[in-house]
Design a protein around this ligand. Sequence first.
Ligand SMILES: Nc1ncnc2c1ncn2[C@@H]1O[C@H](COP(=O)(O)OP(=O)(O)O)[C@@H](O)[C@H]1O
Ligand SMILES: [Mg+2]
Length: 211
Amino acid sequence: MVEVEGLSFGYRRSETILADVTVAFPSGTVTAVTGPSGKGKSTLLYLIGLLLSPWEGAIRIGGTDTVGLPDRIRSRLRAERIGFVFQDAALDATRTVIDNVVEGSVYSGMSRRTARRRAVALMDRFGVGLRADHKPGEVSGGQAQRVALCRALLADPDVILADEPTGNLDVGTAQVVIDALRDAAHDEDKTVIVATHDPDVMDACDRVWEL
Ligand SMILES: Nc1ncnc2c1ncn2[C@@H]1O[C@H](COP(=O)(O)OP(=O)(O)O)[C@@H](O)[C@H]1O
Ligand SMILES: [Mg+2]
């Protein structure tokens, strides 16, 4: 479970983006974070994902407040407990698909052998196993997004953050990505938070929270 309490943040002192935000995201649940473009959906995900630090407030992951922890601890929490699916997949075009999936976890200390074994299982599960040795430029948008999801799931995180994961996908492909996120929440009791302005995605989520 992720709890955000009294959260305030801006990129510049002169411009507050999030003011006193309080919201809880239960585990086993897919929650959509909605709101108009520019409202701060991505920013909220980056804060929960420990990629930014708030001005004020608490961000608790499984009861532990992450704000103010030393960078070293925040990095470890991020590697072990949080999976981030970035907008447009954000795969490294110079590496194969499977190397994209394993690299972050190997960097964080997982053995390459374990990482590859887990990657193959995840990629088979999400229907992209046959694309393992391709470059990202050789897979479709929906496949790339599923690869990004495999990367986010590799270290078996408690929290999955997905930023507009169906942004450029057609309806059928978007459904596959959403089903995968729902499975992660419902079958494995993960906390899944999806920033989206797509009404079809909102319908497929268990809860909708408007920023
Ligand atoms: N790196 C940044 N530096 C300065 N301002 C930013 C940065 N990223 C986003 N913003 C601004 O913060 C606001 C919220 O952006 P964002 O979180 O991306 O909104 P959303 O995802 O809801 O569209 C916008 O006004 C945006 O221009
Ligand atoms: Mg955004």
